[in-house]
Design a protein. Structure first.
Ligand SMILES: Nc1ncnc2c1ncn2[C@@H]1O[C@H](COP(=O)(O)OP(=O)(O)OP(=O)(O)O)[C@@H](O)[C@H]1O
Ligand SMILES: [Mg+2]
Lengths: 336, 337
């Protein structure tokens, strides 16, 4: 499979005389292959929008290399823009124009046939309201219009920065099927979102960013598998034996957490070895269940942004790759 | 090309463009109507009426003069001193003369195309330049501040082409509006001249000078639009252009006048922008230094400084080139976020 989007060692520093420099992107890498729906995840302020803006030529990078559809950007940007549809962080439209006027002006600027306007309006469900001024639209309707504008070119690569922002449940589900259909028709979709359940449902692969650096990437199931940490829930026939079992496992180097009616183990490569070990000590397992993790918990763990009771996490308090303390953990075991 | 056409469409679709255009037309119509109503053709009846009024005034003045002499004589007969009130010889030397009552002065105002139209071209240029400034500033300013520009750049990443087509669309619109309304403006005053005023002595030479005034007006309007456009694009907001305009006006017309007044600078108006605007339309503008004469030493011609329209052109042209270059230069490099 060929790469539709490649980013290597991208750097962007916002300079401010008063507050010093802010490294919004600090050696960020990303790779998206053709035909994928690719999730682009990261906490607030981690650099997702900055990445997409840089990729689309809106801001200039301070270093690194980018390529879209085989063209180096920003140098070759104008040759590929015809094939890249994008929305960047709930785009604003001129409020006094109608949706149809807005799209038709974009179509004119991009040399897209005017008939395409009504097609995309239909596609995003704005057909009957297209003659009204954008100013009067609800948040979700504006978002639909944004998606319509990105689809206008019938692009090969679709980049959507938080497209589900403000959509109603029906709209989110429609968006999901739309993404799937588009991907099946051969379009590559890059999707940034904070709705991780959604990402898990529709994405083939993900990139997770924290403080301007990639903390994880790869196919969704691989990311999940690599971060389940071999978590296993163990119940015994008799709850009284739990203490003994915990001791046995602990002596054998398995991290154990005790709960009233079960044990949680982690780092277990082969669950069967657990029952074997316990059986040798005459402890009989009644339940041995590998615990599957979801994308949300992996995300929270990888970015270290899980809420802690009694604390108010501030933005920018997330994992820093290559930073002093957490590099070992987050950097480990992440083959391509 | 598609970009340029699209930008023209966008500009024409904008409500502000339409509203301002309506206001402009209303304003110009107002001026023309007011002038048409105040002007009255000098028909023989009107001239005869003026003659009658002049004669009546002459007779009234003669009567007053005779009455004054009579009063003066009476006062002298009572032995009073009259020199102060009635002048020497009871004012007999000041007999009103018929030529002092020119019927011309009793004539109502008549619009004279030849003499007055060039001023009206300047009025027209001022109004359309204001229109151009506001429309130009908001065309790109609103686009920046609402995020429309960012959207457009996602579509067409060639920034200079995008800004350039916007500017081209704006200047085309302004040129179109100027030519169209200018033709109407000329026709309207020609009509007023021929029905309610005079179009006498309008020779080919006069038309040529009207044409040249028109061209200077067009240049002024395009420069106003382009400068507003560039300023609003630099500041990414309409108010940037309007703010700079107000700032320059205050500094130039008030600040410099006060400052140079205190410092006693000669020909201080040479540093004031409106001098150059006047020179641009009047072909030259004369500044007079009344302080240069020491009248104690007898008659003296005060020193003069002439500002020519070429100098104005150079000044405005350079200023426009400067802000436009800055706008395009910054556009090429800036982060759009
Ligand atoms: N114009 C700017 N000037 C200065 N700093 C900026 C600018 N734009 C973004 N940043 C900073 O860059 C960092 C990354 O911002 P970015 O918008 O890319 O975050 P994000 O991942 O899109 O976040 P979110 O999930 O909230 O949309 C933030 O710390 C932000 O404050
Ligand atoms: Mg963002």
């Amino acid at each position: 499979m060929s790469a539709v989007l490649e980013i290597e060692d991208l750097r962007k520093t916002y300079k401010s005389r008063r507050r010093g420099d802010r490294h919004a992107l600090d050696g960020f890498d990303m790779l998206v292959e053709a035909g994928q729906v690719h999730g682009f995840l990261g906490p607030n302020g981690s650099g997702k929008t900055t990445t997409l803006r840089t990729l689309l030529g809106l801001i200039r990078p301070d270093g690194g290399r980018m390529a879209v559809l085989g063209q180096e950007v920003p140098a070759g940007l104008s040759t590929v823009t015809g094939q890249v549809g994008a929305i960047v962080e709930s785009p604003q439209f001129f409020p006094h124009f109608t949706a149809r006027d807005t799209l038709s002006l974009l179509a004119g600027a991009g040399e897209v046939p005017a008939t395409r306007v009504d097609e995309v309006l239909e596609l995003v469900g704005l057909r009957d309201r297209a003659g009204e001024r954008v100013k009067t639209y609800s948040l979700g309707m504006k978002q639909r219009l944004a998606v319509a504008s990105a689809l206008l070119k019938n692009p090969k690569l679709l980049i959507l920065d938080e497209p589900a922002n403000g959509l109603d449940p029906g709209g989110i589900r429609e968006m999901r099927t739309l993404m799937r259909d588009l991907a099946e028709s051969g379009m590559t979709v890059v999707l940034s979102s904070h709705i991780l359940g959604e990402i898990q449902l529709i994405c083939d692969s993900v990139t997770i960013i924290s403080l301007g650096r990639r903390v994880a990437f790869g196919p969704v199931d691989q990311v999940l598998a690599a971060h389940s940490h071999g978590a296993v829930r163990v119940r015994l026939d008799t709850a009284e034996d739990l203490a003994a079992a915990a001791e046995v496992l602990g002596r054998n180097g398995v991290p154990v957490a005790r709960h009233p009616d079960h044990l949680m183990l982690s780092g277990v490569e082969k669950p069967a070895s657990v029952s074997l070990l316990l059986a040798e000590h005459h402890l009989y397992v009644s339940e041995l269940a590998p615990v599957s993790v979801d994308l949300e918990s992996v995300f929270l763990e990888l970015t270290n942004t899980a809420p802690v009771p009694g604390q108010h996490r501030q933005v920018d308090e997330s994992v820093q790759i290559g930073g002093a303390e957490k590099s070992g953990r987050a950097g480990g075991g992440w083959g391509a | 090309m598609s970009l340029y056409v699209t930008e023209l469409r966008r500009l024409a679709k904008r409500r502000l463009t339409r509203v301002m255009l309506v206001l402009l037309v209303l304003g110009l119509t107002g001026v023309a109507t007011a002038l048409a109503f105040s002007s009255q053709k000098r028909s023989p009846a009107v001239i005869a009426q003026a003659q009658v009024e002049a004669d009546a005034q002459y007779r009234q003045a003669t009567k007053d003069w005779e009455k004054m002499i009579a009063e003066c004589d009476a006062a002298q007969a009572r032995g009073e001193q009259t020199e102060d009130r009635y002048g020497p010889n009871c004012g007999r030397d000041w007999q009103p003369q018929p030529e002092m009552f020119d019927p011309e002065w009793s004539l109502p105002y008549q619009f004279d195309f030849r003499g007055e139209f060039s001023r009206l071209v300047a009025v027209f240029a001022g109004a359309v330049a204001l229109f151009g400034f506001v429309v130009g500033a908001s065309f790109v300013g609103a686009e920046w501040s609402t995020g429309g520009m960012m959207n457009l750049l996602l579509w067409r990443p060639k920034r200079l082409a995008v800004l350039g087509s916007k500017l081209a669309a704006l200047l085309s619109l302004l040129a179109g509006v100027t030519v169209l309304l200018g033709a109407l403006w000329t026709a309207a005053f020609w009509l007023i001249g021929s029905t309610r005023g005079t179009t006498a002595k309008v020779t080919a030479g006069v038309w040529q000078s009207v044409g040249l005034s028109g061209l200077r007006a067009l240049a002024m309007i395009l420069v106003a639009g382009a400068v507003a456009f560039a300023l609003a694009s630099l500041g990414r907001h309409t108010s940037m252009a309007l703010g700079v305009a107000v700032g320059v006006a205050v500094v130039s017309e008030i600040g410099i006048r006060i400052g140079t007044g205190i410092a006693g600078v000669r020909f201080a108006d040479r540093y004031v922008l409106s001098t150059y605007a006047m020179a641009w339309f009047e072909k030259q503008w004369k500044l007079i230094d009344h302080d240069s004469c020491q009248f104690v030493q007898g008659a003296c011609e005060p020193k003069e400084l002439i500002v020519t329209w070429q100098q104005s052109g150079l000044l405005f042209g350079l200023a426009a080139a400067l802000v436009l270059t800055a706008a395009f230069w910054i556009m090429r490099r800036r982060d759009v976020a």
